[in-house]
Design a protein around this ligand. Structure first.
Ligand code: GTP
Ligand code: MG
Length: 577
């Protein structure tokens, strides 16, 4: 919502503009008024919507046309005042005032207008008959109110309507010409419906409706009120109720009803609760809450976040087979404004034989995004309605920022669950195959799996053979390093280098090269991945230390909440081709 509101009063001379403003301020009718009232500011705490509000008078006897145009440009809402007893002042609404206010503006950016019929105390008949055709002709007219500065009738209401027209505009929500919700409004409400439809059956049950109500308006609906709402929908939109629950079309109908009855602040409350701004876009605050990640720290999902994501998966896994078919995945991302995954995702994490993502692969991918692209992770959690479902203040509640790596090295243990391993090697040495083997894919499966090549793979690794391996720091670098001798099923090649790999490793006190082949059985291969994870988890230990203190290491692992370690493998040299 905006920070303040500017209300400008215009209209023919002598209709009572200055009197209306003075009556509001002094709560009595002033017999004598100046031609033009000073600009007044109503402080936030005395306005109904708690927003500071400026009220600006206009008088033709004191201001030029240019000054008037200038004030119109600065206004958020314009009240066109007329005298209910003077037909000529009504006629001028359409011949002069509305064209002056919105004549030059684009359809979408018109300033909302309120028609104000003053001097109702002198009234013979209502002016409504002359006003209605004008309201139908100009869609920017939000509402019309008859009032009296003299009797103090409807004065505060008039300023309340003006304020509301600015803070809860109908224009982005509703098209008065075809009497339909606008498409961006339908889209936003559909996302909200999908988030609240927690079992994904296309219907809001009583429980789900109450959850929605409590989240948006704090108080629950009484059982009677719930029945009343459903009855209203059922009478007016028969497809709005199914199995005693509210369908999406019923939900949209309800919101349209609010708007048509001038209660659009209700719909706005809902939209804002779910993160939308005045243009029906999700706000930056909602999608990208502040999160400080100091240097040498990483980001991981916490237990609550994994539970939430798993529930989302299960919600959209309609046939309950533990994998998301393309349609199920599309439904899952229906609350996103775009499809967040590219085709390489299916070569980044585990899938089933059809290339459909498993729950495990799906959680791995979230881990991966959290680690390497926390900005998008927060955004995606926002689309999924994380704060709504988990009743948290912000998506940052889903994350753990790990402690500084230096601290881990000092203490000789880590609480991290995710490690990044860069795979480096010349062209054609089998880096991609090595990455794919991490997903359990043999060379044969790899050739069958289509899709785009991924520079990353992520999977979990069980650390259970701690006493076997050690990684020393390589050279001055504190990053542990392991040599992988790939294609070990083929005959050994003579290395064209002064010093062979085995000798090199020995010289630098690195563990001997690990022989690896995508064609060998899985058991030996999986060891290399555990070994990499281990190296990442305990970079400060040398081989001797690792074997002696293996008992303590086990204890350390028991103490961290994690059952397995995630490991991301990054193909760094791909760009060097
Ligand atoms: P300009 O500044 O010349 O444009 O006029 P204005 O629109 O500011 O009108 P103003 O407030 O000066 O009022 C014009 C006359 O109408 C004054 O004599 C007011 O006392 C009278 N008047 C204003 N409001 C009412 C009302 O609600 N009822 C009655 N009976 N008279 C009113
Ligand atoms: Mg005046």
């Amino acid at each position: 919502m905006r920070g303040d509101v500017r209300i400008l009063l215009v209209g023919e001379p002598e209709v009572g503009k200055t009197s209306l403003i003075m009556s509001l301020v002094s709560e009595e009718f002033p017999e004598k008024v100046p031609a033009r009232a000073e600009e007044i500011t109503i402080p936030a705490d005395v306005t109904p919507e708690r927003i500071p509000t400026h009220i600006i008078d206009y008088s033709a006897s004191e201001q030029t046309d240019d000054e008037l145009q200038d004030e119109i440009n600065r206004a958020n809402v314009v009240c066109v005042v007329y005298d209910v007893n003077k037909e000529s002042t009504i006629e001028k609404i359409q011949s002069k005032w509305i064209p002056l206010v919105n004549g030059r503006t684009e359809k979408g950016s018109r300033i909302p207008v309120i028609l104000v019929g003053n001097k109702s105390d002198l009234q013979g008949t209502s002016s409504m008959e002359s006003i209605l055709p004008i309201m139908n002709r100009f869609t920017e007219i939000e509402t019309c109110v008859e009032c009296s500065a003299k009797n103090l009738k409807n004065i505060s209401e008039l300023f309340f309507y003006a304020q509301k027209a600015v803070l809860h505009p109908t224009a982005p929500l509703y098209n008065p010409e075809d009497k339909q919700l606008k498409s961006s409004c339908v889209q936003a409400l559909t996302r909200i419906f999908n988030i609240c439809d927690r079992d994904n059956d296309g219907i809001l049950s009583d429980t789900e409706m109450n959850f929605f109500q409590k989240y948006c308006f704090r108080n629950p609906l009484s059982p009677q009120a719930l029945e009343d709402v459903k009855t209203v929908v059922w009478k007016n939109a028969p497809d709005g109720i199914l199995d005693d629950g509210l369908t999406l079309s019923g939900f949209l109908f309800l919101n349209m009803l609010f708007i048509q009855r001038g209660r659009h602040e209700t719909t706005w409350t809902v939209l804002r609760k779910f993160g939308y701004d005045d243009n029906l876009e999700l706000t930056d605050d909602y999608l990208h809450p502040q999160l400080r990640v100091p240097y040498d720290c990483t980001t991981e999902l916490n237990h609550c976040a994994y539970l939430f994501l798993q529930r989302v998966f299960e919600k959209y896994d309609a046939d309950n087979d533990g994998v998301l078919s393309p349609i199920e995945l599309k439904n899952l991302f229906s609350v996103f404004p775009y499809f967040p995954w590219g085709p390489e995702v299916f070569n980044t994490v585990c899938t089933d034989k059809r290339g459909w993502i498993t729950l495990h692969g799906y959680l791995c991918h979230w881990t991966f995004t959290t680690y390497l692209d926390v900005h998008h992770c927060l955004e995606y959690l926002g689309y999924l309605g994380y704060t709504t479902i988990t009743e948290q203040e912000s998506q940052t509640a889903a994350l753990t920022v790990t402690r500084d790596k230096k601290m881990d090295l000092e203490k000789g243990q880590t609480q991290r669950n995710v490690f990044l391993c860069k795979v480096i090697g010349p062209k054609g040495t089998g880096k991609t195959a090595f990455l794919q083997a991490f997903l359990g894919r043999s060379l044969e499966t790899q050739s069958e799996m289509g899709g785009d090549v991924s520079d990353f793979t992520i999977n979990t690794v069980q650390i259970n053979s701690l006493d076997k391996y050690l990684i020393e720091h390589y050279m001055e670098s504190r990053i542990p390093c392991i040599f992988v001798a790939s294609k070990s099923d083929l005959q050994q090649q003579k290395q064209e280098h002064g010093i062979g790999p085995v000798e090199f490793c020995y010289k630098h006190r690195l563990p001997a090269p690990f022989h690896f082949s995508c064609n060998s059985d899985e058991a030996t291969n999986s060891q290399i991945y555990s070994r990499l994870a281990l190296a990442a988890a305990f970079p400060n230990l040398n081989e001797a230390e690792l074997s002696i203190s293996s008992f303590w290491l086990r204890i350390t692992f028991g103490a961290t909440v994690v059952a397995f370690l995630g490991l991301a493998i990054y193909k760094a040299l791909a760009r060097q081709k």
